[in-house]
Write a protein that binds this ligand. Structure first.
Ligand code: G16
Length: 543
C-alpha cells in the first residue's frame, strides 16, 4: 500500500460522504453536482488504471449532458473513442462506492483482477461542459490522475464528442485526425465544403439554419466553427448561453420529449431549425408549417435520411456492402416499418444507451445507429472503408461511380465515428439535404410518425423494474407487464413499454397509438400502472 500513499493523502481532499451509493448508469455517473466530488477523483484513478491496462490514452468527460444545470456527471472514453468497456463499469461502481477507509483495497482489487502493470505510463485526456460545477469537478479528476502518477491533458471546455474524437486521434497517432479543437474543425469543415460543392447554386435561404445551442457548450463551439464553414452554412444561433439556463426549456431533449419548439428561438414558418443537447452529442431537427403545426425530425428520421443517402451512393458506386440501422425500443413504429418494408435494410433493436447501439452497429459493413432522441452516428467497418478508398483511386471507374465514391469518402470524413456528435450530424444532414436537393419538408414526408408520448414517473426505487427483449417488456414487478398488455389492447396500432432511466431518478414511459389522444391516454394509463405496481411516490401521475 506504500505506493498508494499519494492517493491516500489526496483522497482526503475528496472524501466520500458515508453511505452514499451511486450506480454507473446509461452514460456514466450522474447526480446532483454536490454529490460528485469523490466520484470525479475516483474516476481519475480508474481512467489512469484503464490507461495503464490498455497502454493507450483514456478520456474523462465531466458533463451531465441533457440533465438540469444543477446535476453533473462523468463519461469515460476508451481508446478508439468509444464508451468505456462494459466490464469496467463494474469496477467504476465498486470504486465509486467504496467507503473512504476501503478505497485503497478496492483500487488494489482492480489492479489484481485486471493484472495491471503499475510501471506502465498513463495518459488521460480531460474535458468539461459549461456547468458552473464542472470546473472544480474536473480538477478532482486531475487530482485522481496525478495522485497515481498519470499524465493528463486538460482540454477545458469541449463538447463530449470532441473529447471522444481527441482520444481516437491520439491513439491512432493522428490517422483519425489531429487531436486539437482546430484539427476537429478543419477535418469536418473540409469534408463539408467538399460535399456541398456537389450542390451548387444554393440560395442563402437554403444555407440558413436556426440552431438552438441549449445554452451549453455546443453553442460556444458552433461559434468557433462558423468561420471554417465559409458561409456554406449560415447559422443563426439561439440559446447561446449568454442569458438562459442550460437545457432549461430548450435543447434536444426538451424538444423531443415535449414535442414543441424551444423557448428563446424565433422560427419563421417552414424554416429549418435544430437543437443540440447540453454536451452536444445529440441533435433533433424541426419546423412549423404555415398552419403553425410543429413537425419534428428526430433520431429515427435522421437515421432514415442518412441510410437512404448512403444506400443510394452504394448502388451508384456499385459497391456490395451491407448496411443496417440500429434503433432502440423508442424508435417510432413507422420508422421501423419504412426501413424494413420500403428501404429493405436490416434493422436491429438494442437497449437504450449509445454503448449498446455502437456495438451492434460494429457488426455490419455500414452500421447507422440513432436513438429516437437524436443520439447517433454511422460506423464504417475497416473493410468497407478500404473498398471505398480503393474505388476512389480506381482510374477505370466511370463518372457516376467516381462521383458516388467521392461523396462516400467525404461523408466518412464528415462523420464522427467515435460517438453521436450534434455538430458532425448537423453537417452531414445539411450536406445530404443540399446534395439531394431536399427541403426539410421533403425530408419530413419520407414517412409519417405514429403519434407518441413519453412520461416520467417517480418511484421510491426504480431498480424494482427489470426489463427484457431490448427493454420492450417488463419482467418485474409482478403484474406490470400484464397490466401494460391489457392497456395496449384498448388502442389501435398501439405499443407501450416502461424502463428505469439510467441518467435520472425516474421511470420512463413510452406509448404510441393511431391518434395523439390515444397515445396520450395510453401513456397516462401505463404511468398509473407503474405508480401503483412499482412503488410510485408523490401525487398520482396526471396530464
Ligand atoms: C444518455 C445516453 C443516451 C440515452 C440517454 C437517456 O444521453 O448517452 O444513450 O438515450 O442518456 O438515457 P436514460 O433513458 O437511461 O435516462 P445524454 O445525452 O444525456 O448523455
Amino acid at each position: 500500500m506504500a505506493q498508494f500513499e499519494g492517493v491516500f493523502q489526496k483522497s482526503k481532499l475528496h472524501p466520500k460522504p458515508g453511505g452514499l451509493m451511486l450506480q454507473y448508469g446509461t452514460a456514466g455517473f450522474r447526480a446532483q453536482a454536490k454529490h460528485l466530488d469523490h466520484i470525479m477523483f475516483r474516476m481519475g484513478l480508474l481512467a489512469t488504471l484503464r490507461s495503464k491496462k490498455t497502454k493507450s490514452t483514456i478520456g474523462v468527460m465531466v458533463t451531465a449532458s441533457h440533465n438540469p444545470e444543477e446535476d453533473n456527471g462523468v463519461k469515460l472514453i476508451d481508446p478508439m473513442g468509444e464508451m468505456v468497456a462494459a466490464s469496467w463499469e463494474d469496477h467504476a461502481t465498486q470504486l465509486a462506492n467504496a467507503e473512504q477507509e476501503s478505497l485503497l483495497t478496492e483500487l488494489e482489487n482492480i489492479i489484481e483482477k485486471e493484472t495491471i502493470d503499475m510501471n506502465e505510463p498513463a495518459s488521460v485526456y480531460i474535458g468539461k461542459d459549461t456547468r458552473p460545477s464542472s470546473g472544480s469537478l474536473s480538477q478532482a479528476v486531475v487530482d485522481g490522475v496525478s495522485s497515481l502518477g498519470g499524465k493528463f491533458h486538460d482540454y477545458g471546455l469541449v463538447t463530449t464528442p470532441q473529447l471522444h474524437y481527441m482520444v481516437c486521434c491520439r491513439n491512432t497517432n493522428g490517422c483519425y485526425g489531429s487531436a486539437t479543437v482546430e484539427g476537429y474543425y478543419q477535418k469536418l469543415s473540409h469534408a463539408f465544403l467538399q460535399l456541398t460543392q456537389n450542390a451548387p447554386n444554393r440560395t442563402d435561404d437554403q444555407k440558413r439554419l436556426v440552431v438552438d445551442g441549449a445554452n451549453g457548450i455546443g453553442a460556444l463551439k458552433m461559434r468557433e466553427m462558423e468561420a471554417f464553414l465559409r458561409s456554406e452554412l449560415q447559422v443563426v444561433l439561439s440559446n447561446d448561453g449568454s442569458r438562459g439556463k442550460l437545457n432549461h426549456l430548450c435543447g434536444a431533449d426538451h424538444v423531443k420529449v415535449q414535442q414543441k419548439p424551444p423557448e428563446g428561438l424565433t422560427m419563421g414558418a417552414g424554416e429549418r431549425c435544430c437543437s443540440f443537447d447540453g454536451d452536444a452529442d445529440r441533435i433533433v431537427y424541426y419546423y412549423t408549417d404555415s398552419d403553425g403545426r410543429f413537425h419534428l425530425q428526430d433520431g429515427d428520421k435522421i437515421g432514415t435520411l442518412i441510410s437512404t443517402y448512403l444506400k443510394e451512393l452504394l448502388t451508384q458506386a456499385g459497391l456490395d456492402l451491407q448496411i443496417a440501422v440500429v434503433q432502440t425500443a423508442y424508435a417510432n413504429g413507422s420508422s421501423t416499418r419504412y426501413l424494413e418494408d420500403v428501404m429493405k435494410v436490416t434493422v436491429c433493436c438494442t437497449k437504450t444507451g449509445v454503448k449498446h447501439l455502437h456495438h451492434a452497429a460494429q457488426q455490419y459493413d455500414i452500421g447507422v445507429y440513432f436513438e429516437a432522441n437524436g443520439h447517433g452516428t454511422v460506423l464504417f467497418s475497416k473493410a468497407a472503408q478500404k473498398q471505398i478508398l480503393e474505388l476512389v483511386k480506381d482510374p477505370n471507374a466511370n463518372d457516376e461511380k467516381k462521383r458516388a465514391v467521392k461523396l462516400l469518402d467525404n461523408t466518412i470524413n464528415l462523420i464522427n465515428q467515435t460517438v453521436g456528435d450534434a455538430i458532425s450530424d448537423m453537417l452531414v444532414i445539411e450536406a445530404v439535404l443540399a446534395i439531394r436537393g431536399m427541403s426539410v419538408q421533403d425530408w419530413d414526408a419520407i414517412y409519417t410518425d405514429l403519434p407518441n408520448r413519453q412520461f416520467k414517473v417517480k418511484v421510491s426505487d426504480r431498480c424494482v423494474i427489470d426489463t427484457t427483449d431490448a427493454e420492450r417488456r417488463a419482467v418485474t414487478p409482478v403484474g406490470l407487464q400484464e397490466a401494460i398488455d391489457s392497456l395496449v389492447k384498448k388502442y389501435k396500432q398501439a405499443r407501450a413499454f416502461v424502463r428505469p432511466s439510467g441518467t435520472e431518478d425516474v421511470v420512463r414511459v413510452y406509448a404510441e397509438a393511431d391518434t395523439q389522444k390515444g397515445a396520450d391516454s395510453l401513456a397516462h394509463e401505463v404511468s398509473l400502472a407503474v405508480y401503483r405496481l412499482a412503488g410510485g411516490v408523490g401525487d398520482e401521475p396526471n396530464w
